[in-house]
Design a binder for this molecule. Structure first.
Ligand code: SF4
Ligand code: FES
Length: 236
């Protein structure tokens, strides 16, 4: 759980209803953060609260929740609660949308898995998303030019966690995001092969990536899983 520096002194100043239960939120806390403090973990992919410095941006939409009186579902990782708000993360509409986002993202995944602990796969399993009904996009080629980091953008869900990790956490600014629409993609420096870029191989982007589109080079996904010896993050 992301600790707040003043957890002890700070009072919950906003009171709202979460899945039928009265709960409190700290000032500026998002619905997602407050929900987790109260034992509700909402699916999330473009948000990684336990990796320090990665702010939420609300772009993947897998954390959608329903707010009474609002026409459009809202990303819980980005939206803050207000006094008296009625929020549902488990309503039929919210869960349907969460599952649809997961199914659409899974439809774009390659057959080959690049990491054994894909957070996308974890959430798809937890929400019982079956085989995707949609056709796959054309897959970009792997870039294995860097000695430490393998780039398989076929598994990229364009969550931009790597961009934030590189630019805002490490201050390296090697990873960017190019173009728009169907042609948009993650790139390194001026769209160079990663091995030719100014990447210093810190690994912050690999740690952030939820699908293995960026992974440790030369490590078999299943060996990597055993080596890391960690539990699924989606379940925390
Ligand atoms: S490479 Fe990974 S972290 Fe970067 S945008 Fe794609 S899925 Fe997200
Ligand atoms: S986790 Fe909230 S929009 Fe991606």
């Amino acid at each position: 759980m992301a600790a707040r520096l003043n957890d002890v002194e700070e009072a919950e100043t906003v009171h709202f209803t979460l899945d039928g239960r009265e709960v409190g939120a700290y000032r500026d806390e998002t619905i997602w953060e407050a929900a987790r403090r109260h034992g509700v973990v909402i699916p999330h992919l473009c948000y990684k609260p336990d990796q320090v410095g990665l702010r939420p941006v609300g772009n993947c939409r897998v954390c959608l929740c329903e707010i009474e009186g609002e026409r459009v579902l809202q990303p819980s990782c980005w939206r803050t609660p207000t006094e008296g708000m009625q929020v549902s993360t488990r309503s039929e509409r919210a869960v349907h949308s969460q599952k649809m986002v997961l199914e659409l993202l899974e439809a774009d995944m390659p057959d080959e898995s690049y990491v054994a602990d894909s957070r996308l796969d974890d959430w798809a399993r937890q929400l019982e998303v079956g085989k995707p009904r949609f056709s796959r996009r054309e897959e970009p080629k792997a870039d294995l030019s860097h000695p430490g980091i393998a780039v398989n953008l076929a598994a990229c869900i364009q969550c931009t966690l790597c961009v934030r990790a590189c630019r805002e956490v490490q201050g390296n600014d090697v990873i960017g995001y190019a173009l728009r629409g169907g042609g948009s993609h993650v790139m390194f420096d001026m769209d160079d092969p990663m091995g030719d870029s100014t990447c210093v191989g810190c690994g912050e982007c690999v740690a952030a990536c939820p699908t293995g589109a960026l992974s440790n080079a030369g490590i078999d996904p299943h060996q990597q899983w055993a080596w890391q010896g960690q539990e699924s993050e989606a379940s925390t």
